[in-house]
Design a protein around this ligand. Sequence first.
Ligand code: PRX
Length: 638
Amino acid sequence: MMSYPYQINSLEAYHKAWNKSVDDPEGFWGEVASHFHWKKPWEKVLEWNFREPSVKWFQGAELNITENCLDRHLADKASQPAIIWEPNNPEEHHRLITYAQLYAKVVQFSHVLKNNGVKKGDRVCLYMGMIPELAIAVLACARVGAIHSVIFGGFSAQSIADRLQDAQAGFIITCDGAFRGAKDIPLKSVIDDALVSCPFVQRVIVYTHTRTAVSMIKGRDVWWEDEVRKVETAGNPDFPAETMDAEDPLFILYTSGSTGKPKGVVHTCGGYMVYTNYTFVNVFQYQPREIHFCTADIGWITGHSYIVYGPLSAGATTLLFEGIPTYPDAGRFWDIIDKFKVNILYTAPTAIRSLMAFGLGPVQNKDLSSLRVLGTVGEPINEEAWNWYNENIGKGNCPIVDTWWQTETGGVLISNLAGITPSKASYATLPMPGVQPLLLDEKGNEITANNVTGNLCIRAPWPSTLRTTYGDHDRCRTNYFATYPDLYFTGDGAYRDENGFYRITGRVDDVLNVSGHRIGTAEVENAINMHAGVVESAVVGYPHDVKGQGIYAFVIYSGTHGDESMVRKDITATVSRIIGPIAKPDKIQLVSGLPKTRSGKIMRRILRKVAEGELENIGDTSTLLDPGVVQEIIKGKI
Ligand code: PRX
């Protein structure tokens, strides 16, 4: 018997499903959605136009996603682990949280939120490490109908403040600190710095994890444990899940674009639930009781969709790992896989490349025979890394799914289905049912031939299409739906081979992908320009062996403070302070001018060539205001 009625089990079934999803999207998704728990059924499956844009799935339906992730599993999975948590320090105990326990904890924390004034529609910011309490807090927000905004632990106080202000988030859930490898990151202290400019924040709930000393401000800050105790004293009453409209927002997740300001991507309850579950079950071909290990951080979309909502709505066991792949040594992932007999490993190419660099020593003497499926996400995977993963981790027995998608898409859009549809090294391959990719040329014409490269667009909505960018709908329109009329523009380029398989070639806009982290060049430039001695800067990406892309900054510096190496360090510290350590430039070249056109536009094409080391092939510089500046930049290349 099939475990999920909508799980695709053959290549033929895939083609059938895809065709049906295109011919009759409402019939197709209506059928899939009928396997979920709705408080009230929908009146219409889909209504949309990409001009506004307006995308509405399952209109009129009411639900709460946590009833699908928790309550409905209590009948047959109460004692099955929902979450396995592996701490940063392998000497410490792991935790197993069953569905019954997770349900109880989420109910309990829902009361805590309510007791602290959180209501449906309120924005709640979560800034925590990778501990079960983060998942519990996410689910409790969803249960009370609050909109969560999880901020990755590597962002600075300034970045947090920007996000809090944008969302007008009145509530924060954080920890004293987080462990990451040998580091202990003082999260609450970073929050305290952020809150200097956010007087509208009325409550900060602090979970004790690292036992780092923290300041607790009377009237504003409370301890998680104290608040939970109050609920226990009240006898742990049940918490009926708030009734949500299918199109009510579920969460905001900030991501970088080509402007300096991160965008708050908004996903809604119904469509996001259906699509993350559907893709989880189909891409990984999840089988009941298997252990799914996604190594992403819940601070990114991959963690939202494939650690929390997709797996839990499917009644899966999801493994949450607090640490990093190289601590205490480069065998950490493989030890975890053996310890828990992990069946599915979903990780980023950057992690694979960094582990490859340690050679085969850390993989030898590891069993890894529990693995059935391997996955990658976040950036293009080069063939060498794909082969290494396939041979040394999958031992040639595990299909690799190369999943292409974005924060904005909510779930996987292009990927092979493990063991069902063919895979090809460095190709994401075929679209998921419901997804219609197409390639466009520079002029906006569709390219219908195969063996071509173009700008990747999607023709019609899938259930977890982003609905808006928080507080600025027009920004959503201009960013994603205005470049090509009636199409969603991904910002990525892609190649399509003779079989119609897609290979993502990378961003075609000013967005960098550094170790799978999405960073806007304009954001980094803004941060560099905050440094007192900086006149102007231009940031481009360059190929980096481990990170995929590195950050190369060209900086006009007029300050007099310190020698060049000190200036570079100061600039790096500034970026770290303004955005966070993830955006630190790998290379900073001080220059006296930047290549500009007569109208004052920086010619990044030239800077990209320099950063990539293509010095012989710089291209036409005749339209530059001062072509001489290019020679100087070439001479000073790092
Ligand atoms: O450029 C693509 C790249 O990551 C971008 C999306 O980044 P983000 O919103 O942070 O989400 C990452 C996790 C889904 C895309 O525009 N990308 C993502 N997956 C792949 C990829 N590039 C190549 N292959 C992939 N499998």
